[in-house]
Every structure is written in C-alpha cells, then in structure tokens.
Design a protein around this ligand. Structure first.
Ligand code: ADP
Ligand code: MG
Length: 259
C-alpha cells in the first residue's frame, strides 16, 4: 500500500493521473478521403491544447471523433478513463461529459438565453426546473452575461452569442471542453471577449482542446500546441517552441502564411 512506502522518492502514479483524453491510433475516412491517418494524443487533466493546421487537415474531424459526432473507423478514444469508442458505450452519457463549442454558435433561436441554458439540462440531464435555472444563472455570470438572461439570441452580438454557447456547454457540467474555431465567425472586435472567457476557463483548470488560428491565445494560454497537416500530427510542444521555433518545414510554411 502507498502508506507503507518510504516518504522520500517519487510518489507512486495513481490511476487518477491517467490523461483526461487519450487518443490512440485514430483513423477516419470519408469514402476515399483518408482524413485522419493515425492520431495519437494524450491530454492531461487541466491541460489546454491548441490544435493548429491548414484547412482540411482534419482538425474538426479529430474533435468530432472525441465526442463521437463522427465515428472513428480505427483506433480508440478514452475520456476520463472510459473508452468512448467502445461500441457498448452510452454515447449520450459520453457527450454529457464533453462540452463542445462550434464556429457557428448553434443557439436555439426561438427561445431566451436562459432557456438555451436550461432546456438541455432539463432534457438531457433531467435536472429540475429550479436547479437548471440556478445553474443557468451561475454560468451566465461566468461569461459576463447576467444582464442578457431574458434576451433572444438575435438580439445579441456574435461575441455575446458565442459566450452564451459556452455558458450552455458549461451548464451541462462537462469534464472536458472542445472548441472548434470558436472565434472564426466573429468580427475582429468581438474576438477578444470570447477569448477572455476561454482564458478564465483555462485558469480554472478546465481540460480544453481548442482548434484555433488565434496564435496570441495559443502562445499565452496553451500548455501545448499541436500542428496537424494531412491527417497526422506533424509536431507538438509548448507554444514557445512550435510557434516560435517550428522544427518542420510544413509548420514553418503554415505559420508564414497565417502570421
Ligand atoms: P479542418 O477542420 O482541419 O479544416 P476537417 O476535419 O473539417 O478539416 O476536414 C478534413 C477533410 O475531411 C476535408 O477534406 C473535408 O472535406 C472532409 N470531411 C470533413 N467532414 C466530412 C463529412 N462529414 N463528409 C465528407 N467529408 C468530410
Ligand atoms: Mg475545421
């Protein structure tokens, strides 16, 4: 037992040290298009990983395979130690543990901001009305939109809508958050407010996988940057290394084009 071990030396690794997300030998094709060509990636609990790479390199497909919006054809994905690619797994139960935020905010347009946050809790989690409303309030406050609780999505700016989308995902109490280019559809002046919310989440210890072209965010917030091209991870490491001193020609070409 652990308590029998000497107090000096390394602490034994516990099962809780298992990565929050483990991706093993992941492959995905759409017809003849072999999009993911063997992805291996571990993300620790509380780690923020930014995924960068050219359009069509498979970034969205990778995120979508993690929460099973796409079914991988080969390989495994574990979230919190549970294999989500296990055919017997309850997909809804898995998705509850993984929040996802898309480029297009996908809010329910015909109901209030509050209802956007309470309906999924009521329908998917079976949360009672009062509790769902309390969670909604808490998360609107978290994204700085308490004053928009009764507004309808169309009355909000794009940045505010995306913050509502983040609050909605958080209302489900996820262990992991996936972001797929969350600021790409926004006017430039609205990008900052969304990144600020994400920065706070990262600071709170949320495990995050973020596909983004925001290199400043990646530099400042990411624990690790992963560069993908052609369905493989070409290189990865701290932002200071991958963005500032890329080792691979393909990474350099990509960065030269976007920076
Ligand atoms: P990225 O997010 O890096 O731009 P994607 O993962 O969206 O790349 O797409 C990678 C490739 O997979 C592209 O060639 C794209 O056309 C194709 N693809 C993505 N989703 C689908 C789909 N649902 N059906 C068919 N092809 C798809
Ligand atoms: Mg994409």
């Amino acid at each position: 037992m652990d308590e029998m071990r000497p107090t000096t030396g390394t602490v034994p690794t516990m099962t809780t040290d298992r990565p929050e997300i483990e991706i093993r030998g992941l492959h995905k094709s759409f017809g003849d298009n072999h999009v993911l060509r063997g992805i291996d990636l571990d993300i620790a609990r509380g780690e923020v990983v930014c995924v960068i790479g050219p359009s069509g390199s498979g970034k969205s497909t990778l995120l979508r395979c993690v929460n099973l919006l796409e079914e991988p054809e080969r390989g495994q994905v574990f979230v919190g130690g549970t294999e989500v690619t296990d055919l017997d797994v309850d997909i809804d139960a898995v998705r509850r543990r993984i929040g996802m935020v898309f480029q297009q905010f996908n809010l329910f347009p015909h109901v209030s901001v509050t209802a956007n946050l309470t309906l999924p809790q009521r329908r998917v989690l079976g949360t009672d009305k009062a509790r769902a409303a309390a969670v909604a309030r808490e998360n609107l406050e978290r994204v700085g939109l308490s004053d928009k609780a009764d507004a309808f999505p169309a009355q909000l700016s794009g940045g505010q809508q995306q913050r509502v989308a983040i609050a909605r995902a958080l209302s489900m109490g996820p262990e992991v958050m996936l972001f797929d280019e969350p600021t790409s559809a926004l006017d430039p002046e609205l990008v900052g407010e969304v990144l600020s919310v994400m920065r706070v989440l990262a600071g709170e210890g949320m495990t995050m996988m973020v596909v983004t072209h925001e290199m400043t965010f990646a530099r400042e917030v990411a624990d690790r940057v992963v560069f993908m091209d052609g369905g493989v991870i070409v290189e990865q490491g701290p932002a200071s290394q991958v963005i500032t001193r890329p080792q691979h020609e393909r990474t350099r070409n990509f960065l030269n084009r976007i920076l």
